[in-house]
Ligand binder design. Structure first.
Ligand code: ADP
Length: 469
């Protein structure tokens, strides 16, 4: 696994149905990926269930030590992993992209290994003695999307393993190689059978959710699929953590220094070329600073190179697939047709083999424009002018999702007051989208439920048990 070629060879299909994987920057065929069946899924579940009791019987320290060794293995394979990720997902090696994502996998594993979750004595008053333990659920299903295919997989797998569970992971059908490559490196260290990857599309995901052998499903993806998962799991009463779509708002107050916040706004919106659940997707800017903020943001955006991921100069890449290119294209065209002003970008080359959509800023756009109220999930940011702060808060809250939000102001106390009024699982002040392995993360409204990361994340992949007496 020390080179890209060896890593691809290690995950090459052993037979059965396969699917060609294309580089989203060039259309070039990279490799073939296996397409698994429900019989493969059944075998993976059996293997996982066989491996789980011995793993759960280890001490917490032993499991944490193993997770740290997994982190070492990933760190040692950073370059080959980042290359697979860059070629399949499209994100550049450089900038907050492929190497950064592999680094986040290492960081999350180490933090997950270091987080204590001791047994709690909840009452000890002489009459009652009650302890709260966190036991493994047994088998955890990890269903992931294509935008951060390695990091989000680790977010689900690391806490599940730490708490003594076995895992069957299903990567997105758009980023199968990334899921397989990550697991191949992890499995150099993990006990046989504990972590299994099953590939395929929504039908395999649906078969996982319907299978009563899973005690818990961790899911990151669209709200539409999240709803199907809720329905399909009802019969088994499977525990769920759902991290669904978002349409994060940022509110810029009139007291900001536009130059000082421009780069933070840019990365808040355009990290991973806008293909991030908790990216800034609607920017509300006060009239007093509107023109200056738009100009400062355009100046930063103009300088950020977009292109083929393997070129070290680039920090923005193509969209991962044509479906997403078409979503962004449709929404920007709708904004243009409504009379909104395109400050930057907005003219993609639709005939090119890669799915590149240029960095796009759309100003003076109506608050109810489709580019504002629908999730674009790509490099096109609508910037809405406001005069009345209460109205901006109302518009920010006027969608049915609530993953993240941000407030930008020189006055922290004022920003915190506004933050408290925003309907979102996380509100950042003077930044957007940064996550930390010890800080709980989750959505409200139709962005889903359940928390990931930190102690809360460990509890989410366990079953509580009270010992009373
Ligand atoms: P997106 O394509 O926007 O990431 P999806 O919700 O379509 O969002 O996909 C996220 C993950 O969910 C993928 O791994 C996909 O294969 C899987 N998936 C799709 N449909 C279902 C379903 N009905 N049940 C379980 N998983 C599904």
């Amino acid at each position: 696994m020390d080179t890209y070629e060896n890593l691809l060879a290690a995950i090459a299909p052993a037979g059965g149905e396969t699917r060609a994987v294309e580089d989203p920057a060039t259309g070039e065929r990279i490799a073939d990926a296996p397409v698994h069946t429900t019989a493969d899924l059944d075998r993976a579940i059996t293997r996982a269930q066989q491996a789980q009791p011995a793993w759960a019987a280890l001490s917490d320290e032993e499991r944490s030590a193993t997770l740290n060794r997994v982190a070492d293995a990933i760190e040692a394979a950073t370059e080959p992993l980042a290359r697979v990720l860059s070629r399949e997902q499209g994100k550049p090696l450089n900038g907050p992209n492929a190497r950064f994502e592999v680094g986040a996998c290492v960081g999350w594993l180490r933090a997950t290994a270091a987080t204590p979750l001791p047994t709690e004595v909840v009452v000890d008053d002489g009459e009652t003695y009650a302890e709260l333990h966190y036991r493994p659920v047994g088998l955890v299903g990890a269903i992931t999307p294509w935008n951060w295919p390695m990091m989000i997989a680790i977010w689900q797998i690391a806490p599940a393993l730490r708490m003594g569970n076995a895992v069957v992971a299903k990567p997105s059908e758009h980023t199968t190689l990334s899921g397989l490559a990550l697991a191949a490196v992890m499995n150099e260290v993990l006990p046989e059978g504990l972590l299994n990857v099953v590939t395929g599309a929504g039908d395999i995901g649906a078969a996982m959710v319907a299978d009563p052998r899973f005690g818990k499903i961790m899911f990151t993806g669209s709200t539409a699929t999240g709803k199907k998962i809720i329905e399909a799991s009802a019969g088994n009463v499977t525990r769920l953590t759902l991290e669904l779509g978002g349409n994060d708002a940022g509110i810029v107050l009139p007291d900001v220094d536009p130059q000082a916040i421009a780069e933070g706004l840019f990365w808040g919106a355009f990290i991973n070329t806008g293909q991030t659940c908790a990216a800034l997707k609607r920017l509300y800017v006060h009239d007093d600073v509107y023109d200056d903020v738009v100009a400062a943001l355009a100046e930063v955006a103009r300088k950020m190179p977009m292109g083929v991921g393997l070129d070290e100069a680039n920090v923005l890449g193509p969209l991962q697939n044509r479906m997403q290119f078409d979503v962004v294209d449709r929404l920007v065209e709708a904004a243009k047709a409504s009379g909104a002003r395109v400050v930057l970008g907005g003219e993609p080359d639709r005939e090119a083999p890669g799915h590149f959509y240029p960095t796009t800023l759309v100003a003076d756009v109506d608050p109810d424009n489709p580019l504002v109220v629908e999730e674009q999930f790509g490099p096109a940011l609508p910037i809405i002018r406001y005069r009345d702060l209460d109205e901006a808060v109302e518009l920010a809250n006027g969608v049915d999702v609530g993953l993240g939000a941000s407030v930008w102001s020189a006055d922290r106390d004022r920003a915190r007051e506004i933050a408290a009024r925003l309907e979102a699982g996380t509100v950042w002040i003077n930044s957007h989208g940064g996550v930390h392995p010890m800080v709980p993360f989750g959505g409200v409204k139709k962005s889903g439920y359940g928390l990931e990361f930190g102690v809360e994340g460990l509890k989410a992949v366990s079953v509580p048990q009270v010992i009373n007496g």
